[in-house]
Design a protein around this ligand. Structure first.
Ligand SMILES: NC(=O)c1ccc[n+]([C@@H]2O[C@H](COP(=O)([O-])OP(=O)(O)OC[C@H]3O[C@@H](n4cnc5c(N)ncnc54)[C@H](O)[C@@H]3O)[C@@H](O)[C@H]2O)c1
Length: 370
């Protein structure tokens, strides 16, 4: 269902002249949030970011995102940082009421499948209740403003593991023509094992759809595969490629959990995620769901990722194998991108897998030298 374009975007303001439209980005110091800030600032938006560096609480000092916040404040003219927790309901309602943003991109989250089990309250309150706070704030203050929510492929639980697979030399792959293009949005999301993270993200995903369907708001869920890029504070529990490259450069052991290291992920540069959000905000629809990843072309197994990292850095990947897979982990996942391409033909994946790796290597080299 196509939505009416936000009043704020139509009122003559913004990129084509007049006052700049305001974009509110939650999780602005994280990988995807910071990319959104930079992308939309370049498109002429006045960008307001919300982050409280919770990533450092979730993952310890290695997850700290203050460096990225400082980078945005230094490099983006007019960027405003709000030190706010999305769980703070009155704070969120007040901020959205004050800003009345032309669009909202919600990326703040507890993002780890594995970490959620040890912090279930923080996980649910952030992912589910935090999303409700933002949706309701938007409904009250700016219901016509597009709302882009970063969901996850973990909403499908481990159901993708029920698809017949074939074992190849360095990876598993689907052995079912019905999934030759990858996982479509029609795959059922219930009656499978999700992890607590997957469950809290399902709650958020369904809420975002409901605000679109029930209230007619221009919302969408982007069910991400591996979203990656140079500005990730990759840790063992979240940020697969970023952490793998960091381990490679530091000569530190990378642990592979099960499936012979042949488990497959599709990787998409966070810039391509921002490009899609931009397309959606320009021509929003109501309550939509998209599987957003690099697709089969940008997919790799852990073993294949080791080889690419080694080729680019010239350093051997130190590794250890743990026979037990992560609970509910996908064996093969790559996104079927056909719905995105059909709804938004101007969009496609623009950064290839090797270039993604090269940017991550360059970024870690610079950060580790500091
Ligand atoms: N990176 C991936 O591979 C991936 C894959 C699928 C989905 N996603 C989703 O994309 C979104 C962004 O992921 P990312 O990789 O950029 O994560 P990230 O951890 O790099 O960024 C999230 C940011 O949100 C902030 N944050 C967390 N809780 C907060 C709270 N309560 N209040 C305010 N700020 C808070 C963190 O401090 C962090 O800076 C998340 O919703 C995640 O579930 C990511």
């Amino acid at each position: 269902m196509m939505a009416r374009v936000s009043d704020a975007l139509n009122s003559g303001g913004g990129p084509r002249g007049g006052p700049r439209p305001v974009l509110l980005v939650t999780g602005s110091s994280g990988l995807v949030g910071s990319e959104m800030c930079a992308f939309f600032a370049a498109e002429g938006y006045a960008v307001h970011g919300v982050d409280g560096n919770q990533r450092a609480f979730f993952f310890g000092p290695a997850g700290d995102t203050r460096w990225n916040q400082a980078r945005l404040e230094r490099d983006l003219p007019g960027f405003v940082h709000h030190e706010l927790d999305v769980r703070d309901r009155p704070g969120v309602l007040a901020l959205v009421e004050t800003l009345r943003p032309a669009a909202i991109v919600h990326t703040a989250a507890q993002p780890s499948h594995d970490r959620a089990a040890s912090i279930p309250f923080e996980d649910f309150d952030t992912n589910a209740a935090g999303t409700l706070n933002l949706l309701e704030a938007a409904r009250r203050a700016c219901p016509a403003s597009p709302f882009v929510h970063l969901s996850t492929n973990k909403v499908y639980g481990d159901r993708p593991n029920t698809i017949r697979l074939k074992e190849l030399e360095t990876r598993w792959d689907y052995d079912d023509e019905g999934f030759a293009e990858g996982i479509p949005e029609t795959l059922p999301i219930d009656q499978s094992t999700h992890s607590l993270f997957g469950a809290s993200k399902v709650a958020a995903d369904v809420l975002v759809q409901e605000y679109g369907r029930y209230f007619g708001m221009p919302t969408c869920c982007l069910r991400g595969g591996c979203l990656t890029g140079p500005n990730h504070a990759g840790v063992e529990l979240h940020g697969f490629l970023s952490y793998l490259v960091k381990c490679n450069l530091e000569g530190r052991q990378y642990r592979v959990f099960g499936y012979k290291g042949k488990q497959v992920r599709d990787n998409i540069h966070s810039r391509d995620v921002a490009r899609f959000a931009h397309e959606f905000i320009r021509r929003p629809r109501c309550g939509e769901v998209y599987n957003l990843g690099g697709g089969k072309t940008n997919s790799c197994s852990v073993l294949e990722a080791f080889r690419i990292a080694e080729e680019l850095t010239g350093r051997p990947q130190v590794q250890a194998y743990v026979d037990t897979p992560r609970m509910g982990d996908h064996i093969v996942y790559y996104s079927d991108l056909r719905k995105m391409r059909q709804h938004y033909p101007a969009w496609d994946v623009s950064v290839g897998l090797r270039d993604i790796f090269s940017e991550i290597v360059a970024s870690w080299r610079a950060r580790l030298c500091r």
